[in-house]
Design a protein around this ligand. Structure first.
Ligand code: FE2
Length: 180
């Protein structure tokens, strides 16, 4: 499939009886599709928006080497499929005003993870190469209000996509500096 077909298949899946399971089926095929992977892999490091609408957002997330992104929530279901590298997820739950870590999941190439509406996670790329992931969300992931937590203090604050993009840029700069 190509990028347009990926988005079209996700749009169709969102109309199914169980959108999350239908999207998982799409992603399980997508992360093994050589033509699609080649197209996704041409993107630069960062959050690349393939589609953003009221019911569906599809991202091509290219994680720089060794990045660690602070905890955040989505407030909608999500599906993550890995087409290159590795993505480590740490999960949290609220405990009063704080977050506590409650587990994790390391995702390798070809794996697909479903997350519920109430998921809070942080993401690490533990490898010294880029990780490529298709992230699908059951809503307007860009537009809605949600939360992120400071990586050190775990203090809650409004989600800020510019801060996310800043973390990606910082990780790329740090990695490039270690190679000079
Ligand atoms: Fe996330």
């Amino acid at each position: 499939m190509d990028l347009d077909e990926l988005v079209a298949e996700c749009e169709h899946a969102v109309g199914e009886h169980d959108p999350r399971l239908a999207v998982r089926t799409v992603l399980e095929r997508a992360v093994r599709d050589r033509r699609l992977i080649d197209a996704l892999a041409t993107a630069a490091g960062g959050v690349n928006v393939l589609h953003n609408g009221a019911d569906l957002t599809v991202l091509n997330v290219v994680w720089p080497p060794l990045i660690s992104l602070f905890p955040h929530d989505h407030r909608m279901w999500a599906a993550i499929g890995i087409y290159g590298g590795q993505e480590d997820n740490t999960f949290y739950r609220r405990q009063g005003p704080r977050l506590v870590a409650v587990g994790g999941k390391a995702l390798a190439v070809g794996e697909v993870l479903l997350l519920g509406d109430d998921a809070i996670h942080s993401v690490q790329n533990p490898t010294r190469s880029y990780t490529g992931a298709i992230h699908v969300y059951g809503g307007d992931f860009i537009g809605i209000e949600r939360s992120q937590w400071d990586a050190d203090t775990l203090e809650e604050r409004p989600y800020d996509l510019d801060a996310v993009r800043g973390e990606f840029a910082r990780a790329e700069q740090q990695f490039n500096a270690t190679r000079e």
